[in-house]
Design a protein. Structure first.
Length: 160
């Protein structure tokens, strides 16, 4: 049997998060997003998580503790997160509430957006930014452009 270039259960892109306190992060992701733990491997010290694999919905992601000698640094060490994760969920309002109750910080409250998603943004206790979303409306390209132009005009203080 031929080996598939993308293993069963994976998508083309699989995020790999580096955190300070991977064991705590795994518990947070369980409480906040209903993550299922698929694997966890520790370094010989028995404390450092070198690799963990979690699944939220139909998507997997990897997670590990920061290891300075391997140039693996967390957002806390870097002073912020240079990227974000866009997570589609069945009920964004409920997931947002669970994430905040589990310890996430609100970055942007849940609201309906011009592209048809209802979204809100949180920062997890480990510095990663999560944009939570539920798709609510199919928006035709012409309407998307009109709404987008209006949105960006407001964001820039009314300037063209």
């Amino acid at each position: 049997m031929a080996v598939k270039p993308i293993p069963e259960g994976y998508h083309s892109i699989t995020p790999h998060l580096t955190v300070r306190g991977a064991d705590r992060a795994i518990e947070f992701y369980r409480k906040a997003f209903g993550a299922e733990e698929l694997a966890r491997m520790h370094a010989p010290d028995g404390k450092t998580v070198m690799h963990a694999e979690l699944k939220i919905g139909d998507s997997r992601f990897f997670l590990g503790d920061e290891v300075p000698g391997m140039n693996c640094q967390s957002p806390e060490t870097l002073g912020g997160s240079p990227s974000g994760i866009y997570l589609y969920v069945r009920d964004v309002d409920e997931t947002f509430r669970k994430a905040v109750n589990a310890g996430a910080t609100v970055k942007r409250s849940v609201e309906d957006m011009f592209w048809g998603d209802r979204t809100g943004s949180v920062q997890d206790p480990f510095g990663h930014i999560w944009d939570l979303a539920t798709h609510k409306e199919e928006v035709p390209p012409e309407e998307m452009k009109r709404r987008g132009d209006e949105f960006f005009r407001k964001m820039s203080g009314g300037k063209a």
